[in-house]
Structures are given as structure tokens and as C-alpha cells.
Write a protein that binds this ligand. Structure first.
Ligand code: NAD
Ligand code: WQD
Length: 341
């Protein structure tokens, strides 16, 4: 079985990707120090796949530790690099933490990969690299580097590192996946998102409000130049997103090296914050108390993906929609409540 090292594999997107890797016949080897996740993600993956995944509690910045994992699992077919800090607001308050972990860990990973002759990498990038694009939907060729936070800049820099490396190493193949807004959970409710503290992302805040953990959802602004005045985003089901990683690995096989290719991963459709709230209420039959508040600093007005390149080249498209994602997010939230007693 082809072994794929999955850094950050215990996290939200990583855990769902491990499930899809197993389903496709790959063997994921998870490297995660659980700084933003929990051991139970591995138990969830095992419940879904029937196989306990290999897991190492190691910081990706620990070069010696990474060396040991690569040596133990040689030959490593490829790497999917999810491990990163991802809180936009925190990155503004503590930029060094982000530059250190997100950029530093990629540099170390690439060095270890080079020493072990591993030539395939899929990298987690973000639509945040686009900032507020001029034209919608946004294509991969839209001018980037407009990221409006240190977190966003770490993604711009990591993308550039991979581009530079693919120029220097004629055998390297890199795929950079720009995720739009991943939401939802596995339909089994065995894995999902585990936000720490007060969620800053919309859907975890919605599910916690519906569950009564939060009193009211504040919608950040209703005076934007959009049809209902609230921001528009491209919300993609995490299971669709996870599948794309497997397809990217498969696609890479057929491409000549060197390779450094960018793909948008979204639904291709924009939904407003109000539409998300209304759809959640409609699908799950639970109320979500909400009120309008001021705009949130740094929010772009609207963004959604042009997904033609992913569709035409990777052969990937979404099978699930906003309703599926909000139904699965609620199912996961209810499971968390039960587990907490
Ligand atoms: P997550 O926090 O749930 O998962 C990241 C995982 O990486 C966590 O399990 C964390 O413990 C681990 N990790 C972080 N730094 C580490 C290190 N130095 N060593 C070992 N493990 C480490 O986040 P996610 O939502 O699954 O995001 C995965 C990737 O996708 C990240 O790179 C993120 O920037 C990117 N991304 C996420 C979103 C989103 O909205 N969730 C959108 C675009 C891009
Ligand atoms: C969505 C919309 C909020 C919470 C972030 C990162 C981006 C990428 C994806 C990693 C916005 C509104 C939210 C709330 C609200 N991540 N909202 N009330 O900001 O589009 O993208 O995640 O790469 O880089 O910035 O996602 O879920 O935070 O917000 O009204 O309590 O919901 O203002 O319009 P965002 P989000």
C-alpha cells in the first residue's frame, strides 16, 4: 500500500482526508502534535474505516522526529501538509507564531523530503491569498498577494517556496490547493471540527448557538453591497474537499515533473451569511437566534471560486451541497453534546 504522510492529519480537514485516503487504498501516516486537535480524531477515523491509522504525536518543526517517521515508513509515496496554525485574528496579534510554525514547518518538511527522495507534496493553501478579488468568480490566475493577515501571508510565502523549489528540483511535484470555506463533518458524525474556545468561524458558531451553548449569533454587518447586505462566501463540504486531495495525488502521477500547480477548491457558488443561517434552520428544524452587529475588520465583501480548472484537470467536483454540510455539521454538534454528557 502506498504510504502518505499526512501532517495535521488529526485536524478538521486532515482527518476527513485520511478517511478518503484509506477508501482509495492509500495508507495514511499521521504526524500531528495535537496542538489543535484530539486523539479521538484517530478513533473516529478507525470507526469509519475499520482500520486504526498510524499516528505520531510529533511537532513538524522537530526535524529529528520527522526524519524518524520518514525513515520508518520508507518508501514514502507522498506528503499532504495540513499542519499549520489557522486563526486569522490570532495571527494579527501574534504574527511570529504564524511565520514560525506555518513557514518554518514547511521548510523543515521539504528538507526531510529531499533527504528521503520523496517528490510529491499536496499543500493546504487558502482563498485568503486572493484578498478581495476584482472579478468573481475568482480564478487561479487572479492576482494574489493581497492577503490581509499574517496568516494569509504565510500561505502566500509557502506557495512561493514550493514554486521556487519546483524550479530548483526537476523531480518535484507540488499541488497547491486553495480551499474556500470548508464546513460540515463526516455524515457518520465520528469526525468533525473541534473549535477551541469561542469559535470565530461562522458554522461552528451557528451550531453552538443552535445547541444553546451561545446565546445569540452576531452577524458581522448587513450593509455590504450584496443582495441581502451580508458577506458572501463559498462554503464547501469537508468530505468533498477531502476527496480532492486523493484526486490530486492520483493526478500528479500522470503529470511530468517538475510540477507546481494551483487549484481552487470550492463549490463555485456563493452564499450569504443570512442564507447559511436560514438554510441551517430549514434543514435542521432548530432556531438560531441572531442579530446584526458591526462589520468585522478584515472581512472581504464577497468571494467564491471558479472551479473549472479543478473540474477539467483533476476531474473533481462537489457531490454535496450547503444543506448536506449544515445537516452534517448539526449531527456532529449533537454528537459532541452527547459525548460531553
Ligand atoms: P486544524 O487546526 O483542525 O488542523 C491542523 C492540524 O495541524 C491540527 O490537528 C494541529 O494539531 C496540527 N498542527 C499544527 N501545527 C503543527 C505542528 N507544527 N506539528 C504538528 N501538528 C501541527 O485545521 P484545518 O481546518 O484542518 O486546516 C488544515 C489546513 O488547511 C491548514 O493548513 C489551514 O491553514 C488550511 N486551511 C483551512 C481552512 C479552514 O477554514 N479550515 C481554509 C483554508 C485553508
Ligand atoms: C464567514 C462569514 C463573517 C462568524 C476564514 C479565513 C480564511 C479561510 C476560511 C483559512 C464572514 C461571518 C462569522 C460570526 C458572522 N481559512 N461571521 N458571525 O472569514 O470567510 O474565512 O476561514 O484559510 O482565511 O479568514 O470565514 O467562517 O470566519 O466567516 O457573521 O460569528 O461569516 O463575518 O462574513 P472567512 P468565517
Amino acid at each position: 500500500m502506498k504510504k502518505v504522510i499526512v501532517t495535521g492529519g488529526a485536524g478538521f480537514i486532515g482527518s476527513h482526508t485520511c478517511v478518503e485516503l484509506v477508501a482509495a487504498g492509500y495508507e495514511p501516516v499521521i504526524v500531528d502534535d495535537l496542538r489543535n486537535s484530539e486523539e479521538r480524531a484517530l478513533e473516529g477515523i478507525a470507526k469509519i474505516t475499520g482500520r486504526v491509522p498510524l499516528g505520531y504525536r510529533i511537532d513538524c518543526n522537530d526535524e529529528g522526529g520527522m526524519e524518524r517517521v520518514f525513515a520508518e515508513h520508507a518508501p514514502v509515496h507522498g506528503v499532504i501538509h495540513f499542519a499549520a496554525d489557522k486563526a486569522v485574528g490570532e495571527s494579527v496579534a501574534d504574527p511570529l507564531k504564524y511565520y514560525h510554525n506555518n513557514i518554518g514547518s514547511l521548510a523543515i518538511l521539504l528538507r526531510v523530503m529531499a533527504r528521503h527522495g520523496v517528490k510529491r507534496i499536496v499543500f493546504s493553501s487558502s482563498c485568503t491569498v486572493y484578498g478581495q478579488p476584482e472579478k468573481m468568480p475568482v480564478t487561479e490566475t487572479s492576482p494574489d498577494r493581497n492577503a490581509s493577515s499574517p496568516y494569509g501571508y504565510t500561505k502566500v510565502v509557502c506557495e512561493q517556496m514550493l514554486r521556487d523549489l519546483s524550479h530548483a528540483d526537476p523531480l518535484l511535484k507540488a499541488v497547491l490547493l486553495r480551499y474556500f470555506n470548508p464546513i460540515g463533518a463526516h455524515p457518520s458524525a465520528h469526525i468533525g471540527e473541534l473549535p477551541r474556545g469561542v469559535p470565530t468561524n461562522l458554522v461552528p458558531y451557528v451550531t453552538q448557538t443552535a445547541a444553546g451553548q451561545r446565546e445569540v449569533l452576531t452577524i458581522n454587518g448587513n450593509d455590504y453591497p450584496t443582495p441581502d447586505g451580508t458577506n458572501v462566501r463559498d462554503y464547501i463540504h469537508v468530505v468533498d474537499l477531502a476527496r480532492a486531495h486523493v484526486m490530486a495525488l492520483d493526478w500528479m502521477e500522470k503529470q511530468a515533473a517538475p510540477l507546481c500547480e494551483v487549484f481552487n477548491l470550492g463549490t463555485g457558488k456563493g452564499n450569504s451569511v443570512l442564507e447559511v443561517v436560514k438554510t441551517f434552520v430549514e434543514v435542521n428544524g432548530v432556531p438560531v437566534p441572531h442579530r446584526f452587529g458591526p462589520r468585522r475588520a478584515g472581512d472581504v465583501v464577497s468571494i467564491w471560486a471558479d472551479v473549472r480548472k479543478s473540474r477539467d484537470e483533476l476531474g473533481w467536483s462537489c457531490k454535496l451541497d450547503l444543506k448536506d454540510a449544515l445537516r452534517d455539521a448539526w449531527r456532529w454538534q449533537k454528537g459532541l453534546e452527547r459525548a460531553a454528557g
